[in-house]
Structures are given as structure tokens and as C-alpha cells.
Design a binder for this molecule. Structure first.
Ligand code: SAM
Length: 329
């Protein structure tokens, strides 16, 4: 039997599920999680792995073909490598990837590889050790950098480095980040900082045209043609470079009209838009023993509530109450 597909009222086909498996993180990035915040969710509030796997299987039966595991920091959750293995083995799931801060990458790359994962995004906002400690609250730059280099050696591909651009904090390093793409096959992705949640970053955001202008000092930045596998990044390459540059522009040119994402939070809520607090609870009905067909209805309800676009750049905007670390980015 063919199950109903996840197509919203604006005809967007939602085939990409981002799954946050924990709200806990070993870093306290200044723009993501308030320094004094302690994790709120208790063990019983977090979806168990078998519950996540059931939800993903349901999603796959309705057209989800791509899953990204995120957090909090996914690699801090016990049992994550076995979970990744089970996830990768789900029939019909074509692409499983991981977003991590990289602190635990180095010693666990073999397990991630054995679990069938080849695509990793590492978040890294500075190449300087003291500044890393400043931004994240923890002195772990060396571990992250060694993890990235080892992942490159092992052949993880694409290996994306996510850089949230923060005015006067890392704008002086954008050229250095971009330069990495000349000699390494990395995809360096500059992300416009989204002003959401409580954060200690309140400066005027650095938008993509300014980022482009800064990194163009390195040479001619050639746009790459869009492919069906592309995510939200506008892609570029410096002539002769091993890697590429991506600009992710949630503010200066939002990509809502081609957004194909749904999010599952660690506490079991389906969230059709990162920037809206419109959610559907899946955990309670799942734990009450609802049948697959009833859970599919909840998926469909979430999809119908996906807004046409976010309103983050409007003066009278309504910001989501949730912190990014609770949603998974
Ligand atoms: N711990 C993992 C990590 O560090 O990649 C996964 C969770 S983190 C919330 C996912 C991504 O969201 C990271 O790349 C992070 O830099 C990004 N992020 C967090 N807050 C953001 C904000 N306000 N604007 C733009 N990106 C943000």
C-alpha cells in the first residue's frame, strides 16, 4: 500500500528529516546556548532510540529519504554509534548524515564510518585556539581540528565545515577559512547568524554579500550550478580549489520556498519550521500505543502547518522561544 506523502499546502515535498537526539551539549557556544543554561530534559522526556527509529521508519514510508542527526551534541549521547548503525540500515533511507561540534570526532571516526555514515558537518567558528575557548566556553580547538583532518584522511565526503559568521568575532578569519578550500576538499559553509533565542551575540548580522566581498580577496569566486542534491547553500569554488564555498542565507535570501525539511526534537516533537514554534507532539501518542496509521496522521498535520516562509527579518517578527540547541539547527 502506498502511504500518503509529505507534501505541504505550498506543494513542497518534505523528504528531509533532521533529528535531534539530545538537548545536551558539551559546548556553550555564545550564539547558541546561554552560558548558564543547564539541560532541561530529563531522561524520560527524551525519545528512546527505538522510538526515534520507529518515527524515522514511518517518515520513510511517507517519502523521507534523507536524515541528518544533530543535537545538542549528538556524540555525547550514550549508544549513539549503535543507533547510527541501525538508522543507516533502514530500508529506503538513502542518506544519513551527522552534524557535530567535532570534539569527540577523532576517536570515534571508525565507529561512525562502520555505522555507514560518510557525510559529516562539523561546526567550527574560529581557527584560533584561545578564540575557540572564548566562543564555546571550552578549550577544545585541537581535538576538533585533529578530528577534521583525520576525517579527511579517512575519506569522509563531503566534509562540511559550518562557520556561523559573527561580526567582530570571526569576520577577521573568513579569508583563512575560505583559504582552506584551496588545499582541502572541505566545503566551507558560511552561515548568517540568526538572531533567535537568548544569546550573547546581538551585533548587526553579517550578510552574505559582505561575506562574499571579504572572501573574494582570495580570488575569483565562481558560482557552481545547482543540483537536485543541493541543500540551502549557494555554492561557489575558487579556481583550481580542492573544495568549495557555501553561503547559507537564512536572512538575506531565505530559501523557504524550496525548504524540504521537517525536524524531530529530542523530546519527540515534530517541527515543520526551524523558525516557528508550531509543533506536533509525537512522543505522547507514541507512548500511548497509537498505531502507525494514527502517527502518520500527526506527520500529515505537522506538514499542513508548515508556514510558507519564516519572518525573522521583519520588524514585528515573532521569534521562536526555543533555543537553537534544543531544536538542533
Ligand atoms: N552540536 C552540533 C554542532 O555543533 O554542530 C549540532 C547542533 S548545532 C545547534 C547545529 C548548527 O546550528 C551548528 O552548525 C551551529 O553553528 C548552528 N547554529 C546554532 N545557533 C545558530 C544561530 N543563531 N544562527 C545560525 N546558526 C546557528
Amino acid at each position: 500500500m502506498t502511504e500518503p506523502q509529505l507534501i505541504d499546502q505550498y506543494k513542497r515535498n518534505l523528504n528531509y528529516l533532521r533529528v535531534s537526539i539530545t538537548d545536551r551539549c558539551n559546548l556553550r557556544c555564545m550564539y547558541c546556548v546561554p552560558r548558564d543554561q543547564i539541560p532541561k530534559l530529563s531522561h524520560k522526556d527524551i525519545l528512546r532510540y527505538e522510538e526515534i527509529l520507529r518515527i524515522v521508519r514511518l517518515g520513510v514510508s511517507m517519502g523521507i529519504s534523507k536524515v541528518r542527526i544533530t543535537g545538542g551534541e549528538p556524540l555525547v549521547r550514550k549508544g549513539v554509534y549503535h543507533f547510527l548503525e541501525e538508522l543507516s540500515a533502514i530500508d529506503g533511507l538513502q542518506d544519513v548524515s551527522l552534524t557535530t561540534n567535532g570534539v569527540f570526532l577523532k576517536n570515534n571516526l571508525k565507529k561512525i564510518w562502520s555505522a555507514g555514515i560518510r557525510r559529516i558537518n562539523v561546526s567550527l567558528d574560529t581557527l584560533k585556539r584561545p578564540k575557540f575557548a572564548n566562543i564555546t566556553g571550552v578549550d577544545r580547538f585541537d581535538q576538533v581540528w585533529e578530528g577534521i583532518l583525520d576525517a579527511e584522511c579517512m575519506g569522509f565526503s563531503p566534509l562540511k565545515i559550518n562557520v556561523v559568521v559573527l561580526r567582530d568575532i570571526n569576520t577577521d578569519e573568513l579569508v583563512e577559512f575560505a583559504r582552506l578550500s584551496l588545499t582541502h576538499p572541505f566545503h566551507i559553509r558560511f552561515i548568517e547568524h540568526m538572531p533567535i533565542g537568548k544569546s550573547s551575540v546581538s551585533e548587526r548580522p553579517v550578510l552574505a554579500p559582505e561575506i562574499k566581498r571579504i572572501i573574494s580577496r582570495l580570488g575569483d569566486l565562481k558560482p557552481l550550478p545547482r543540483t537536485s542534491r543541493d541543500g540551502p547553500a549557494e555554492r561557489y569554488r575558487f579556481s583550481g580549489a580542492a573544495g568549495e564555498i557555501g553561503l547559507i542565507r537564512p536572512l538575506s535570501q531565505h530559501f523557504c520556498e524550496r525548504c524540504n525539511r521537517l525536524r524531530l526534537t529530542a523530546s519527540g516533537q515534530l517541527r515543520p519550521c526551524l523558525l516557528s514554534d508550531q509543533i506536533e507532539d509525537l512522543k505522547t501518542p507514541l507512548r500511548k500505543g497509537l498505531l502507525d496509521k494514527d502517527l502518520r496522521e500527526i506527520f500529515l498535520k505537522a506538514v499542513q502547518h508548515k508556514p510558507s516562509q519564516h519572518h525573522l527579518v521583519e520588524d514585528d517578527r515573532e521569534e521562536p522561544c526555543s533555543q537553537m540547541c534544543a531544536i538542533g539547527g
